[in-house]
Ligand binder design. Structure first.
Ligand SMILES: [Zn+2]
Length: 134
């Protein structure tokens, strides 16, 4: 969820993330739209503007995540927390194969589902980018 943070904080968070979306790994320089600051725990849930609660996110990931912290997998009772880029390492939970983001954990499954990381348009863009990089 995007809440207002000062530009200086945005620059810090972007630099820390190497200007990649911390959820789908897209580079901001490959995006037509500017990236946003995600509040990992949204203000609605009591989250603040501290650096440890902020993540760099593309507009797609930020919009689909909204204020959510969890989703369900196999049934409505199977609630799973989504990936937290401040507490977890991306490579421990995901890997990328031919542009597709693949889950290595239930956390990743939940994140791929909620943030729609592999929706067709995003997959196509990732495949084109990875082909152009060899
Ligand atoms: Zn993203």
């Amino acid at each position: 969820m995007s809440q207002r943070v000062p530009n200086s904080v945005k620059l810090l968070v972007g630099t820390r993330a190497l200007f990649r979306c911390e959820y789908c790994q897209m580079l901001e320089s490959d995006s037509f739209l500017p990236f946003e600051i995600d509040h990992i725990v949204s203000q609605k849930h009591g989250g603040g503007n501290e650096l440890e609660n902020l993540a760099y996110a593309c507009p797609h990931c930020n919009q689909y995540k909204g204020t959510d912290l969890t989703t369900f997998l196999s049934s409505y009772k199977d609630i799973v927390a989504i990936f937290n880029p401040r507490e977890q390492a991306w490579a421990d939970h995901f890997y990328m194969e031919n542009g597709e983001i693949i889950a290595k954990s239930r956390v990743a499954e939940a994140t791929i589902k909620l943030l729609r990381l592999n929706e067709p348009e995003r997959l196509i863009i990732r495949r084109i980018l990875s082909e152009n990089r060899g």
